[in-house]
Each structure stands twice: as structure tokens, then as C-alpha cells.
Design a protein around this ligand. Structure first.
Ligand code: ACM
Ligand code: ZN
Length: 496
């Protein structure tokens, strides 16, 4: 019986429960949840039992021939997301402390039911609590645009694997993908790049994004928007050239890489723009955390820019790096005025003056995670040698990828530990979890399933399941059954 990610405690019992058309779902109608969990369960089981179970209020619970969902006050030990699932011969009981726990219990029940023959499912006792609160996936919809429906599908696939953060990389050198009403050129100009004789591009309206946010909320997924600054900004500068030091017109980039023209932190007009954009971003996305990029920002233009040099003199800065520190500090203050906190890639540790509230996402290995936690910053681990799923997973796939991409087989992913062992017990508490990344330079939408799957199944276990006793052979066995489920879900996972 293959459950992925593996629950914390699981005890199989003898006997079976039979799921059939007259089974009723009971749920207390006073439960405050963004999604109607009784209906969601009925929908989820429909494919397994070819009928829709009825959903009723829990005031009378017969303890037979039913699935009962309830919150248990006082069971705080289950936390926001834990659950207990008991499958007895007479009935099924799912309890949690909070609605998200019921949602994850439903995912487990769906997986158990998907193996059923004639509706028969084995009796079991499960108690399950996630290891980390931050379990994320990054989708890069800047390098290649990803359809709204595709993103919704990934919200469902992520949620089924008990992942709860979807990080959308919305802006980069090769495309600006988010409608900003105050700056319409961003999507008139910045959303499109030359592509042979034609153009490539698209963007999300604010309405599209609100729809995605709401869809995600119903599946207990928080959307984390990313607006890159000061680097990876060509599409914004192509739309508004005054944002760069030179103020000269540049194209939305058509090649992958790192580009010299970045936002000019010397000019006040740059901050007016950044804050204007962030103001609209915070209105669309309720997330407490807003990602502002911060990686791979060359200093070349700042060195020769009179505005930047003046800013350095005024602030007594010795190095251009400090200009990025200055920008981050101002942006963090702006976000704080809106009750939001900033997340940045680990380069933000190198620029001085990082506010205590900044969250660091470590991608250049785990060094950034270690340093950030020791400096008492909260941390998300995304080391490229473990969880960059644009990298190839075997030698065959490596042939079609750039040489610099390190081969990352699923077995390597399975060994990933979000918390670096170098940290003290106290500093370890700073590590909130991890995100795997799906950069799309070399993987347009139709290639994403085979890059993410099945590695994301292993990833889900590294962030949800207990770290001790992880067993690669056992995982591989469970994965074989899970792949059949993925087949039924229409996932085009990588087949060596
Ligand atoms: C990154 O991969 N440049 C965050
Ligand atoms: Zn400048």
C-alpha cells in the first residue's frame, strides 16, 4: 500500500472497509474552511467508486457505513496540518485540529482508495504531521509562459503531494508576466520578445491571478509572487528605459543569461516604480511573504552611473554591493508598511544591512542556508544540487541539456535534507522547509511534467515525512504503485 509522502505513523490492521454507493460522508457544517471538505472528498473518491457519495451534517454520526470528518479541539499536537485517519471495518474516521489537516487526510484516503478492488480498502491507523511548514514548488512562468489552467493543474498536483507553497517567478529578462495598471507598458512591451520572425509572449491579468490565488487557497496552497530586482530586469527596462542607469532603450532579451542593465538604485524614480508595482502585487496576493529575487545582479552599470555614485557618497558606501543592500532595506521597509515580509535569494546575504525580518532562500548549495540561520534569518532551502528540477535526471536526459547542468537523479533528491546538519538545534529551527524549482529556459510547458515527475514525489517526502529511517528501497516500491496513480491523473512523468 503506497502512500507518498510517507505518513509519520502508520499501522496496517487486518480486515477491510468497503466503499460503496450508499456510504455517507458526515461533516460538521460549522467547520470554517476555504473549501467545502465534504464535497471535496466526495469529488476525490468519485473516480475510485464510480459514484458520488452523499454529504450530510454530522449532528447524528452512526459510526457505520460512513466517513466521518471532524475537528478535535484540544488535539493541538496535530498542528495546523496534521491528521489522524482510522479505517475500521464499519466506518472511517478522519480527525484533525484544523481544516488543512482534514484536507491532507483526504489526500491520504484518496491514495488508499485508489488501490481498492471492488471498493475494499484495508483497515489502518494513521497519525501524520508534516516535518516542515514550508513545502514549495517554484514555477518559472517568465522564461516560458504557463497557461492559467496549467498552473491550476499544478496546484492540484502539488496539494495531492501535500505541498503548500507555489512560488511564481513572474518577471525576468525574457518576459514580464503580470499586469500592473499603473505601468501598462510592462505588458504591452515587456511581455513579448522576438522569436525568429515572430514574437513570443503573454501575461496574466490581475483577474487571472486573483482566480489562481483563490483556486490555490481552496487547496491550502499559498501563492508566493516573485518580482525580480535589481537584476533580471531587462523586460521592465525595455518597457521603461529610465529605470536603468543609462536610460537607454534595450530589448526584451531573447537569449538566456545574466544581463548588465539592471535597475538603477541611484534614482528616486526607480523606487517610485518598484513601490508602485509592489503596491499592486500586495493587492493581488494575500501572502505575508513577497519574493523580490535579488540574485545575479551585475554591478557594472552602477560603477559608472552618476546617480548611483552620488547615492554611494551620500551614504558613505565603499562598494557597489551596498547599493543593493540599500535597495533591499528600502523595499523591506515598504513591504513592512503593508504588513508583508521579504524573501530573497541567498545573494542578499552579501550586500550588507539585511533587515532581520528578511527570509533567505538558499540556492547556491546550502551555504546560504547555514549562514542565514546562524545570522538568525528564517530560511527556505532550495540547493541547486538537490532540488533544481530543470537539471537532467539521467545520462539520456543530459544529452539534451546544457553541459553546466549537474545530473540530479531521483535517488539524489531522496537524500536531500532541508536542514543542514552543521546547524545547532536552535539555529535549525530557522529552517522552515524547502522549495524545488522548475526553471523554464530549457523546459517549456509541455516538458514540465517530465522534469518535475517523479522527482517531486521524492521531494515531497523530504519535506513532509520524518527524516529518520528514510528508506530508498521502500520508497522505490511505493513509487511503482504511485506511478500508476499518476498515469490515471494524466501526468506525463519521466520514463527512462
Ligand atoms: C537562481 O537560480 N538564480 C535563483
Ligand atoms: Zn544608476
Amino acid at each position: 500500500m503506497a502512500i507518498i509522502p510517507l505518513p509519520q505513523q502508520i499501522e496496517w490492521k487486518s480486515g477491510f472497509y468497503t466503499l460503496q454507493a450508499d456510504v455517507r460522508i458526515f461533516i460538521d457544517s460549522t467547520i470554517q474552511s476555504p473549501t467545502d471538505l465534504g464535497d471535496y472528498l466526495a469529488d476525490s473518491l468519485r473516480d475510485n467508486i464510480q459514484c458520488t457519495l452523499s454529504v450530510e451534517d454530522a449532528s447524528e454520526k452512526p459510526k457505520q457505513n460512513c466517513i466521518s470528518l471532524g475537528l478535535e479541539e484540544g488535539n493541538e499536537k496535530l498542528g495546523e496540518e496534521g491528521y489522524e485517519l482510522s479505517i475500521h471495518e464499519e466506518w472511517i474516521q478522519l480527525t484533525a485540529w484544523k481544516p488543512a489537516g482534514l484536507f491532507y487526510g483526504i489526500q491520504t484516503l484518496r491514495q488508499i482508495a485508489s488501490h481498492s478492488e471492488n471498493g475494499q480498502i484495508p483497515c489502518v491507523q494513521i497519525r501524520d504531521v508534516p516535518q516542515y511548514p514550508w513545502r514549495g514548488v517554484l514555477l518559472d512562468c517568465a522564461r516560458h509562459f504557463l497557461d492559467k489552467e496549467f498552473i491550476k493543474r499544478y496546484i492540484d498536483l502539488s496539494a495531492h503531494h501535500k505541498l503548500n507553497r507555489l512560488h511564481l517567478h513572474l518577471t525576468d529578462d525574457q518576459g514580464w508576466r503580470i499586469e500592473i495598471k499603473k505601468y501598462p507598458e510592462l505588458t504591452k512591451v515587456g511581455a513579448y520578445r522576438k522569436d525568429g520572425d515572430g514574437v513570443y509572449g503573454d501575461f496574466y491579468t490581475q483577474e487571472d491571478l486573483r482566480e489562481i490565488v483563490e483556486y490555490a487557497e481552496k487547496r491550502f496552497v499559498t501563492i508566493i509572487p516573485e518580482f525580480e530586482m535589481p537584476g533580471h530586469a531587462s523586460a521592465a527596462i525595455a518597457s521603461y528605459p529610465h529605470l536603468s542607469c543609462r536610460g537607454e532603450s534595450i530589448p526584451v532579451q531573447t537569449k538566456w543569461g545574466i544581463f548588465a542593465d539592471v535597475f538603477c538604485p541611484g534614482k528616486e524614480s526607480t523606487f517610485e516604480f518598484l513601490e508602485g508595482v509592489l503596491d499592486e502585487i500586495t493587492q493581488i496576493f494575500p501572502s505575508e511573504f513577497i519574493h523580490i529575487g535579488g540574485d545575479e545582479a551585475p554591478r557594472d552599470r552602477w560603477k559608472e552611473c552618476p546617480h548611483c555614485q552620488k547615492r554611494m557618497r551620500e551614504n558613505d558606501f565603499q562598494q557597489e554591493d551596498e547599493l543593493q543592500g540599500y535597495l533591499i532595506k528600502r523595499i523591506a521597509e515598504f513591504l513592512a508598511s503593508k504588513n508583508r515580509r521579504l524573501i530573497g535569494w541567498d545573494e542578499i546575504l552579501d550586500v550588507g544591512g539585511l533587515p532581520d525580518t528578511a527570509v533567505v532562500q538558499s540556492w547556491r548549495g546550502m551555504k546560504g542556508a547555514i549562514r542565514a540561520a546562524q545570522l538568525h534569518h528564517d530560511v527556505i532551502s532550495s540547493p541547486n544540487q538537490y532540488v533544481y528540477f530543470d537539471y537532467p535526471q539521467d545520462e539520456q536526459q543530459q544529452k539534451s541539456k546544457p553541459n553546466w547542468m549537474r545530473m540530479t537523479p531521483i535517488e539524489t533528491v531522496y537524500q536531500f535534507q532541508p536542514t543542514p546538519p552543521e546547524l545547532s538545534a536552535e539555529d535549525s529551527r530557522r529552517v522552515w522547509g524547502a522549495e524545488c524549482t522548475m526553471w523554464t529556459e530549457h523546459a517549456p510547458q509541455e516538458k514540465i511534467d517530465e522534469q518535475l515527475f517523479p522527482r517531486i514525489c521524492a521531494f515531497s517526502e523530504t519535506v513532509w515525512s520524518p527524516g529518520e529511517g528514510r528508506d530508498w528501497d521502500h520508497f522505490q516500491e511505493r513509487l511503482q504503485s504511485h506511478l500508476k496513480r499518476l498515469d490515471r491523473m494524466g501526468v506525463n512523468y519521466y520514463r527512462p
